[in-house]
Design a protein around this ligand. Structure first.
Ligand SMILES: [Mg+2]
Length: 260
């Protein structure tokens, strides 16, 4: 029996700035049923206050506290460990999610080097500064805000977080801790926030690897929607999601009748 739902945003509730038909009504029905709900997204370029505003504009009112992003998860993880400041290589708007964690000049050296999607703000100097921090302290930990390889822009594909993390892993000879889908740690945090056992928690997304299968590998249930980046070839591999939905509009029906 499903006791809680994690909903991906892009490709499930909207495509870019276009709402997906029936998504707002589906979320209203899920809320009305009393099912615990958390929005989970790998977006690192915006703070969750901005995502809450976007959702409201699309007819899905949400409290920022109902949205889990890699920056929010990474900040919570570092706060819980409370063992040193972080050097933040993240877009400026996202800095607000890391309040109180940032390394300051003259203070203790960074315990964490956090890498998000800086996009065109990356320069050799900036990437090299991150490398030097890791090189200077073998205990300094590289933290990746998701491992998205690229994103599709209007003029073509663009480098996302993963290639820069790969460069730092190579140069500093250590592995990154990944915050964001499909990291099991990220799904566990979501389960803790909702207070629902992972095997009773359903992840609904349009990305086979990050959403549906990532959730299954972390011990959750996974549903794939046929919207957003879904491709029919997603269903040809050896691993299948627990459910395939036409769109998020089918979610309330699944929750009402989908015994597992
Ligand atoms: Mg998506």
């Amino acid at each position: 029996m499903i006791r809680g739902v994690l909903l991906d945003l892009d490709g499930v509730l909207y495509n870019g700035d276009e709402p997906i038909r029936g998504a707002a009504a589906a979320v209203r029905r899920v809320r009305k049923s009393g099912m615990p709900l958390l929005f989970v997204t790998n977006t690192t370029s915006r703070p969750r206050t901005a995502l809450a505003r976007k959702l409201a504009d699309l007819g899905v009112p949400a409290d920022p506290g109902e949205i889990l992003t890699p920056p929010v998860a990474a900040a919570a993880w570092m706060r819980a460990r409370a063992d040193g400041p972080a050097a933040l290589f993240v877009p400026d708007p996202t800095l607000e999610d890391f309040k109180g964690l940032e390394a300051v000049p003259g203070g203790p050296p960074p315990r964490y080097v956090v890498v998000g999607d800086l996009g065109p703000a990356w320069t050799f100097r900036r990437l090299n500064a991150a490398f030097r921090m890791l090189h200077a302290d073998s205990r300094a930990q590289l933290v990746a805000l998701g491992l998205t390889r690229f994103w599709q822009g209007p003029d073509g594909p663009n480098l996302d977080v993963a290639p820069f993390v790969a460069a730092l892993e190579c140069a500093a000879d250590r592995r990154a801790t990944v915050m964001g889908k499909p990291s099991a740690e990220f799904f566990r945090q979501a389960a803790t926030i909702l207070g629902v056992r992972p095997n009773r928690l359903l992840m609904v997304g349009d990305d086979l690897r990050s959403d549906a299968l990532g959730a299954r590998r972390a011990g959750l249930l996974g549903a794939l929607v046929r919207t957003g980046k879904f491709r029919p070839s997603d269903l040809e591999g050896p691993e299948r999601p627990d459910w395939v939905l036409g769109s998020v509009r089918d979610l309330p029906g699944l929750l009402a009748h989908g015994e597992h």
